[in-house]
Write a protein of this length. Sequence first.
Length: 255
Amino acid sequence: MIYYFSGLGNTKYVAGKIAEAVGEDKFFIPDIDPLKQYFRGKSLGFLFPIYSWGVPGIVIDFIHSLPETFIQEVKSNKLPVWMVCTCGDETGNAPEMLEKCLLERDLSLNGAWSVIMPNTYVLLPGFDVDSSVVEKRKLENSERAVQDIAEKIKNGIWEWKLHRGSMPYLRTKIVYPLFKKWGISAKKWHHSSACVKCGKCVKSCPVKNIALESNGPVWGDNCLSCLACYHNCPYHAVEYGGITKKKGQYVCPLK
Ligand SMILES: Cc1cc2nc3c(=O)[nH]c(=O)nc-3n(C[C@H](O)[C@H](O)[C@H](O)COP(=O)(O)O)c2cc1C
Ligand code: SF4
Ligand code: SF4
């Protein structure tokens, strides 16, 4: 059984490929009720994008909310639990963060992998989408990486193979909590005069945090900072404060 979260499709693409190769059903976390889950399958996998060297809160909350009957089914059948994250460059100690969350449900994390994909983060100075050359290279390399991971899962080869980057402990321990607290401000999202009220940003939001009103889209407080609204606007009319005006856009072409 595979549960995944994805903002711009990188993780959706990886989840789709792995689910197909290992023969497990996959579910998009925002679309399902954790309390109604019952376990079926040969293993339990979680896939998510790295957010500030950590695990998106929606994934952590989902695991915490799974029913005890679900957890007992995985435990009593000694089924393997694994994760695959996608990242622009580095994961930090995000796998340890997921492991801690699983341990709180009395589950161990058997396998952990990362796949480098094009970057989606643009909300701080110095961060932008990749150049078209880098984007193309990352997408090409990802195909092989995903195949390798799927083979390992299929054959029950459990390893931790990650692109951790420098100072992973510090980044996850110190930067992630700052990101969680200050990284996103609902008040900063707005639409520019280029908006034609097409509603694409509204449809792209996985948690229905945007409403289309007579003047254009309006953002609520329940933002996951996935940036789907920003990258999916065909007119580059979604802005975050003043920082995104000159930034690029990216949506995974493989999803
Ligand atoms: C809020 C946010 C924070 C991010 N932080 C990191 C990071 O710490 N390290 C990294 O390598 N990539 C980071 N990224 C890039 C994404 O992890 C990467 O592009 C991922 O593949 C996006 O997956 P998705 O298309 O499934 O949303 C971040 C992206 C966002 C939106
Ligand atoms: S996607 Fe862009 S143009 Fe369409 S409603 Fe949203 S901000 Fe406006
Ligand atoms: S408002 Fe935008 S950034 Fe926030 S969760 Fe929705 S799509 Fe993602």
